[in-house]
Ligand binder design. Structure first.
Ligand code: ATP
Ligand code: MG
Length: 684
């Protein structure tokens, strides 16, 4: 019965078995990378279920929907082993596994009526939020070029950071956006108007999902109801939660009973979203005297040589709580520190290594290329496409960022919530002959009506829109009253949209394929509302396939930003641009706190590797627009986080010297494909 516990070490087992009643806890598992935190958490959930906990009353929060799905699968596997087929039914009921934002959206939908939200609220992604910020900025007259007012993106970042950290605006400006400090008064006015606009339009942005949730939890009757529905609350990657998230947890479990959190302070990498490592460090204080802490110090992921190098890097950090890890996984090969001429050679080096590994039996899927910033992978993507190697990219541009997919979703969103002006604008501006002022007039007129979509046929049509306008209004009404049930209404929207797509884009066929794909994805959701919510919160990632959706049964190389690689592991890991300026990035303010976070990022990247780790250092790389000529090459040097004293942990190699000759001998054939069209399919 308890064979699943036998594989765990003593500390892991202690965490898993730490009380199964609703009153057990609070428990903090704080431990380094690869020490089995996530694995332990999955075992704990399974253990709770095996011991009679109701899976529908377990709340499990991780940092991505992918991570939550993976965790549910693990729990299911264990439960199946222990309980047999019966557990399948039970684990399907692990319905509250997800991200803070996703869970927040679901709860808010339920409590909408009680907190003055329209139940049909729609959710804005970052781009929509920036668009709304822009509309408001225009209305207030702050957007005149000569005034050099912060861009819509910067305004949104300032707003978001203020909200998530629950810190006064002045302080946020002073510490993180000093170049915007002079705009204090205008920003205050802008944010007030932005909040008002969201309320008037019944839309929530990402931050609102946490904000409203935290707010709802301060109303005692709602707080009681919310905390009463979960016997156990478990959180992975706790080091990357922010103040709002910890106050939500505190509201759900005021005394910490039934609360388990796990994390690693050395991997705290989300402070730009106002995550604070204080949450994990102050956990014991928040729940004095009852907090229980378990630490794990054995790493099961990486070989000893990789771990030694990673420990070396993090040892130079100024402050940290978790101790160094040890492992029994021996290896004679040290991680490679590879110097190449430039980014083109870097891409070629990686492709050669990846292919060689695959020939030796390591699937593409077991290899990953990591980078600090999404655009760093450009030259590699070109090389992979040229060589016909499939890849999936995490953390970069998403499927849903492409204009045509956003247009389609705007149609569905506008039907769902006709007060959503960003969606309305987007759609109306697709119509030839409709400009911003007529769109605005129509939106103003319809918004007063109790049934805005019906009202649309009454308002005066934009004079130059002609039949396109009638088609548009008809489509909205059809989709709304669609007899064809979900997801067929998406078909109606698509048929309306296609002529516009053909008119606007010259690569329409590729985009049409995306829309068919979208329709297929829609089939996996039970309702329009669920589809819109989940896709907005955690959209599928882009792949080398034109459809932009991972083909899960295929072998593909993983490309990922370090941020999105959190919690994962691969046999071989390659890291691009391990140079000063890229890591640490030279885009920040250069404060000590920021530098320390960049060091932790490198640590996170290195600790993803199980057997092989390659850090690549191009001697030259491109930077953007820092001079009048635009892009230029600069000479680079190895990251300062690997000073000479750490070189002992690496095998230092220069490429292509010996390597190229070998690859020429092996006669690898290069395939010519139309890179241009593939790339267009991926990124536009
Ligand atoms: P990260 O800090 O990167 O999130 P983590 O602490 O969550 O890492 P896991 O991902 O849970 O670590 O585990 C790392 C690897 O070690 C996984 O492959 C897992 O299966 C393995 N592992 C964990 N515990 C044990 C154990 N007791 N015996 C064997 N393997 C284990
Ligand atoms: Mg983990």
């Amino acid at each position: 019965m308890s064979a699943y516990l036998d594989k765990l070490n003593a500390e892991q087992r202690m965490a898993v078995e730490f009380g199964v009643g609703q009153d057990a806890g609070p428990l903090l598992v704080i431990a380094g990378a690869g020490s089995g935190k996530t694995n332990t958490l999955a075992h704990r959930v399974a253990h709770l279920i095996v011991n009679g906990a109701d899976p529908r009353r377990i709340l499990l929060m991780t940092f991505s929907r992918r991570a939550a799905a993976e965790m549910s699968r693990r729990v299911e596997r264990i439960c199946n082993q222990v309980l047999g087929a019966k557990s399948g039914v039970m684990v399907d009921a692990l319905e509250w596994a997800g991200t803070f934002h996703g869970i927040g959206a679901r709860l808010l939908r339920e409590y909408a009526g009680q907190i003055g939200l329209g139940v049909d609220f729609t959710i804005h992604d970052r781009e929509d939020s920036a668009d709304l910020m822009n509309i408001v900025r225009h209305e207030l007259g702050f957007s005149k070029k000569e005034s050099r007012f912060p861009t819509k993106g910067t305004c949104l970042s300032i707003y978001s950071r203020t909200v998530n950290s629950e810190t006064p605006l002045e302080e946020v400006l002073k510490n993180f956006f000093p170049w915007c400090a002079a705009w204090n008064t205008e920003l205050r006015q802008l944010f007030a108007a932005y909040v008002e606009a969201k309320q008037a339009q019944n839309v929530l942005d990402y931050d609102d999902l946490l904000l409203y949730w935290a707010q709802a939890a301060t109303v005692s009757i709602l707080a009681e109801d919310m905390s009463g529905r979960f016997d156990h609350v478990l959180v992975d990657e706790y080091q990357d939660t922010n103040r709002l998230q910890s106050s939500i947890l505190l509201a759900l479990k005021p005394e910490g009973r039934g609360l388990t959190v796990v994390g690693d302070d050395a991997q705290s990498i989300y402070s730009f979203r106002a995550a604070t490592v204080r949450n994990i460090l102050d956990f014991p204080k928040a729940f004095t005297p009852s907090a229980n802490i378990i630490t794990l110090d054995r790493n099961y992921r990486s070989t000893q040589t990789i771990l030694a190098a990673a420990n070396g890097v993090i040892d130079l950090a100024s402050e940290r709580f978790t101790k160094n890890l040890w492992t029994e996984r021996q290896s004679s090969a040290r991680p490679h520190l590879v110097t190449v001429r430039d980014e083109t050679d870097q891409a070629r080096y990686i492709v050669e290594e990846v292919l060689e590994n695959r020939e030796n039996g390591t699937l593409l899927k077991q290899q990953a290329v990591l980078f600090r910033t999404s655009h760093h992978s450009g030259p590699l993507e070109v090389e992979l496409t040229r060589r016909n190697i499939p890849f999936v990219k995490f953390g970069g541009l998403k499927f849903l960022d492409s204009a045509h997919v956003k247009d389609m979703l705007a149609a569905l969103r506008f039907v769902q919530n006709p007060r959503d002006r960003v969606a309305g604008f987007r759609l109306m501006l697709l119509l030839p002959g409709v400009g911003p002022s007529s769109a605005q007039r129509v939106l103003d007129q319809m918004s007063d009506s109790a049934d805005p979509i019906a009202a649309l046929s009454e308002v005066q049509a934009p004079p130059r829109a002609g039949a396109d306008w009638t088609d548009f209004v008809q489509m909205l009404q059809q989709v709304r009253s669609s007899n064809a049930d979900w997801p067929n209404e998406i078909e109606q929207a698509r048929l309306w949209y296609e002529p516009h797509l053909e008119r606007i884009h010259d690569d329409a066929p590729m985009r049409q394929a995306d829309l068919l794909q979208l329709q297929q994805i829609a089939g996996g959701y039970s309702s329009r509302e669920r589809f819109l919510t989940e896709l907005t919160l955690d959209p599928p990632d882009a792949t080398s396939d034109q459809s932009g959706v991972p083909l899960l049964d295929e072998d593909y190389l993983v490309l990922s930003t370090i941020h999105s690689a959190k919690g994962q592991e691969w046999k071989s890991v390659y890291m691009l641009n391990v140079v000063d300026g890229c890591i640490p990035s030279d885009l920040g303010t250069g404060s000590t706190a920021e530098l320390e976070e960049e060091r932790r990022l490198l640590y996170v990247a290195m600790t993803r590797a199980k057997d092989n780790l390659h850090l690549v250092v191009p001697q030259r790389f491109f930077t953007h627009g820092q001079n009048a000529q635009g892009d230029r090459h600069v000479y680079a040097s190895r990251t300062r986080f690997i000073p000479a004293t750490l070189l002992q942990y690496f095998e230092c190699v220069a490429w292509p010297l010996a390597r190229q000759a070998a690859s020429e001998r092996s006669g690898l054939r290069t395939l010519q494909v139309d890179i241009g069209s593939r790339m267009r399919g991926m990124w536009q």
